[in-house]
Design a binder for this molecule. Structure first.
Ligand SMILES: N[C@@H](CCC(=O)N[C@@H](CS)C(=O)NCC(=O)O)C(=O)O
Length: 257
């Protein structure tokens, strides 16, 4: 039996769902709420209180990059990794890149879209929210985002990092149809939720200089896996991201101009 724990709105959860859809693998879906991710019941499954978690025949796997790699190895369906060692090295570079960029996209999401709700809470509830994050670095970053908003150095650094990510993608996609060659691979899977979130937050202006990435993204959206994941179950936080993103964009535009 194959079970996936995730929540709709989680970029890393989306990464694993896309890999499963690309592979055509059936699984039991446990779609959690944000509150359930922190519950004792879920922490007994994943003490890091994050999604995704994959459980295959009783074996638990954490970390989205490890999970999508496992999905490709363990199940039949189209190969999502190359056979050549050199191209495989490039694939791992992108998986690493996606993991590195996750805190940046998280900073963008929390500063723009989640912070307004958080700062409206009572001080003790805000503290409870912060203290509920098991990872010390994430906890400290969340505190800075809540307390300083756009003034936190995390925000500027994240915008800079995400522009570098898009520039790296542009350079690869100018040479190849997909990120590492002529075929769609896990590299493309791993980068999709990050670009998706940029669009959800109405920050597509970040891609203005990266037209080839825009073309890639249109091809990503035309894939059955995208429809299977986001068409059938759109991100319930999408309208909130869009509303807050529209207000944030003039500030971000001024920052990058
Ligand atoms: N490196 C981990 C990161 C996992 C992670 O941070 N997941 C986020 C969603 S993308 C989460 O569950 N956050 C919990 C929360 O927001 O409370 C992975 O790739 O699986």
């Amino acid at each position: 039996m194959l079970e996936l724990y995730h929540f709709h709105g989680a970029t890393c959860g989306l990464k694993t769902r896309i890999a499963l859809a690309e592979k055509g693998v059936d699984y039991v879906e446990h779609a959690l709420t944000r509150a359930e991710v922190r519950s004792p019941k879920y922490r007994a499954i994943n003490p890091n209180a994050v999604v995704p978690t994959l459980i295959h025949d009783g074996n638990t796997i954490f970390e989205s990059s490890c999970i999508i790699n496992y999905i490709d190895d363990a199940f039949e369906g189209p190969a999502l990794k190359p056979s050549e060692p050199l191209v495989m090295a490039y694939l791992w570079w992108w998986l690493k890149r996606a993991d590195e960029c996750l805190p940046m996209i998280g900073t963008l999401t929390y500063t723009i879209s989640m912070r307004p709700k958080l700062i409206a809470m009572r001080p003790e509830e805000i503290e409870q929210h912060i203290q509920g994050i098991p990872n010390a670095a994430t906890r400290a970053r969340r505190r800075r985002i809540i307390e300083q908003g756009y003034e936190s150095s995390d925000f500027d650094q994240s915008i800079e990092g995400l522009l570098k990510m898009l520039s790296d993608m542009e350079n690869s996609l100018m040479k190849n149809e997909w990120l590492i060659g002529d075929n769609y691979t896990l590299s493309d899977t791993a980068m999709t939720p990050l670009v998706e979130r940029i669009y959800e937050l109405e920050c597509s202006g970040l891609l203005d200089k990266y037209g080839v990435v825009k073309d890639w993204y249109e091809r990503i959206q035309a894939r059955a896996s995208y429809e299977n994941c986001l068409g059938l179950t759109p991100n319930p936080e999408g309208p909130q991201h869009s509303e807050n993103g529209k207000k944030a964009w003039p500030y971000i535009k001024a920052l990058i101009d």
